[in-house]
Design a protein around this ligand. Structure first.
Ligand SMILES: Cc1cc2nc3c(=O)[nH]c(=O)nc-3n(C[C@H](O)[C@H](O)[C@H](O)COP(=O)(O)O)c2cc1C
Length: 352
């Protein structure tokens, strides 16, 4: 099929018989004045190298090894929620995309299916995903603290087995819990709970925030732990503190609004992480990263994974959600476009 297209393209390129030529030339004249780009608007993050590659296709994206599995592209579908009819549909669409394009997937909080099986089908995506791509379950730090206190960590293992998940995301969200009208109170520091979890649960663990990222001290503490990866879930995109604040009363909104503006962007976190890699040397145990949170498109993703001095992929949540709600065809078109963009970036751009 591709061969046929290439042949057709070649024939057009070398023949004078181009039926669109005169309309195109007219378009060029009409649109030239509307198509000026001020030099100040140029994207300064990249060198553009037009001489070095043919036009790439998605299959030219190099495979990425991540958390012990192979992905066809360095793109991750970040954790989103389950437990409603809408969420089942969304998760199914997301899982189909991951299967089709060889991407990894994180589930939203699986609290609902820890001991109750009513909503299991909403989260049971392994049959759709197949065995090849990474698939991780998800629990919040408050739930982890509770399960450790109640000596019920075994429930997590049982859930991971039921889901055939490769491991567990632990989301660390103290601000979200504080601002959520029905939020949980953390009696221990997240770091204390994560350390206990590592001792008690034999599985791959990825730790993430939920949209405000984390500073260098938290990153440093995590990078020294025997966990599989860190997902930035940085600030600059979906902000759960803001979302929870909207759900609460107006007085609380006025008092705590400032907390929604706290956080670190993915770019800032790449900078922190690179500094820590240089500083910690052999003391680093966690060596893989999902750069996410406000990563708007393939250019941001390509830039950030190339800037980080470690094995990294990039993730999106709300970017996928928008299209997953609309239906599989739109989600597929969006994903295909992002991957095509990634292939183009790989062919013609070098990160400065
Ligand atoms: C609808 C929705 C539900 C989410 N639910 C969870 C969740 O259950 N667990 C979690 O760790 N993160 C959750 N997140 C946070 C995302 O995984 C991600 O960290 C955050 O949205 C920032 O990425 P973005 O800017 O690409 O949206 C959710 C995000 C969205 C948009």
């Amino acid at each position: 099929m591709e061969e046929k297209n290439i042949k057709k393209g070649l024939e057009l390129a070398i023949s004078d018989d181009d039926p669109n030529a005169s309309t195109r030339k007219n378009d060029h004249i009409q649109m030239a004045f509307k198509s000026q780009i001020e030099s100040g608007l140029l994207d300064k993050r990249f060198y553009y190298e037009p001489l070095l590659s043919k036009h790439p296709s998605i299959s030219d994206i190099p495979a990425t090894n991540f958390v012990g599995k192979t992905m066809k592209a360095p793109l991750w579908v970040s954790s989103m929620t389950g437990g409603t009819e809408l969420a089942k549909n969304i998760n199914t669409n997301l899982a189909k995309i991951c299967k089709e394009f060889g991407l990894g997937m994180g589930l939203g909080s699986c609290r609902k299916i820890l001991s109750d099986h009513t909503y299991f089908d909403d989260f049971n995506m392994r049959p759709i995903l197949g065995e090849e791509v990474p698939f991780f379950a998800n629990l919040g730090i408050a739930q982890i603290e509770y399960l450790i206190k109640e000596k019920k960590v075994y429930q997590i293992k049982e859930m991971l087995d039921r889901l055939s998940a490769d491991g567990l995301f632990v989301h660390v969200n103290p601000f979200q819990e504080l601002l959520q009208p029905e939020g949980d109170v953390l009696s221990l520091s997240p770091l204390t709970s994560i350390n206990s979890l590592i001792e008690q649960l034999d599985c791959k663990i990825i730790v993430k925030e939920v949209g405000q990222g984390m500073g260098p001290e938290s990153l440093k503490a995590l990078m020294r732990l025997p966990i599989e990866a860190i997902e930035f879930a940085a600030a600059g995109g979906t902000n759960f503190s803001k979302l929870e604040l909207y759900r609460g009363d107006v007085e609380k909104q006025i008092i705590f609004e400032g907390l929604t503006k706290i956080g670190h962007t993915a770019e800032e976190m790449v900078f922190f992480t690179n500094k820590l890699i240089a500083e910690l040397g052999d003391a680093i145990q966690c060596k893989e990263f999902i750069i996410s949170g406000g990563v708007k498109n393939f250019l941001d993703g390509f830039y950030l994974i190339n800037k980080l001095n470690a094995n990294a992929i990039f993730g999106q949540a709300s970017g996928f959600l928008k299209y997953a709600i609309e239906g599989y065809d739109n989600l597929k078109a969006y994903t295909e476009a992002q991957l095509k963009g990634l292939a183009i970036a790989g062919a013609y751009l070098k990160v400065k």
